[in-house]
Design a protein around this ligand. Structure first.
Ligand SMILES: [Zn+2]
Length: 222
């Protein structure tokens, strides 16, 4: 049974609508990702400040949704319930739902994926980002990247950066104030995955069952 957990103060209308949407989304995902586990729990967190990240997407400014894959069978979505009827908001939730389920299908989650390199994380985030972009049509800024030369430099930069207990993951994942760069890992990963798709002719969902090494090999960046 796919379970959804809502905050205690959740309005019935909102929970019901989300339940309906998630039922449809799960049918689509089952077709795309055969390795998805039978049961995935979705926990909702309501946060009216979630739109604090102003330009989080290209086509829906000032409207945010947060997501994380907590365990092998549990995702967490942070949404602003007051935005639920805003045009485009349901699609944003869907995109995040798809993104986190792609992580689930690959077995990538906070609990089990400790000790990865920056490159490993970039490939995971890039693949999930491209999955939501291609299958849902979302346009997150972190799926957009600079020219090829810049991106090859970035690939080398993260390849040459060793992760240790002092590594500031926020800097690599979200924002590096020192260099004023956003979403470095997501952008590098989106670049690598795009290269892999172009060179191989594979579909994004095919990457759900490939190792990170195989994806990198298909990208053929050397
Ligand atoms: Zn992710």
């Amino acid at each position: 049974m796919n379970e959804a957990i809502y905050p205690p103060n959740s309005e019935t209308d909102i929970s019901k609508n989300l339940d309906t949407s998630m039922g449809e989304w799960r049918s689509e995902l089952k077709e795309l990702l055969p390795t998805l586990p039978q049961d995935v729990t979705t926990e909702f967190v309501y946060d009216s400040n979630i739109d604090d990240m102003p330009d989080s997407t290209e086509d829906t400014l000032h409207i945010g949704v947060g997501g994380s894959t907590v365990t092998a069978s549990r995702i967490k979505l942070t949404i602003d319930p007051s935005k639920i009827n805003t045009p485009g908001y349901n699609k944003l939730i869907k995109a995040t739902f798809f993104h986190e389920h792609f992580h689930i299908a690959r077995g990538y989650n906070h609990q089990d994926s400790k000790g990865l390199s920056l490159l490993d994380s970039a490939i995971e985030e890039g693949a999930a980002t491209k999955f939501e972009m291609i299958t849902v049509g979302s346009k997150p800024w972190w799926g957009k990247y600079q020219d090829r030369e810049t991106m090859l430099d970035r690939v080398n930069e993260i390849k040459n950066t060793v992760v240790d207990e002092h590594t500031d993951w926020n800097k690599w994942k979200f924002y590096d104030p020192e260099t004023d760069r956003h979403w470095i890992l997501y952008r590098v990963g989106s670049f690598i995955v795009d290269e892999a798709l172009t060179n191989s002719g594979l579909k994004i969902q095919d990457l759900a069952v490939m190792t990170r090494e195989e994806i990198l090999e298909k990208a053929n960046l050397a």
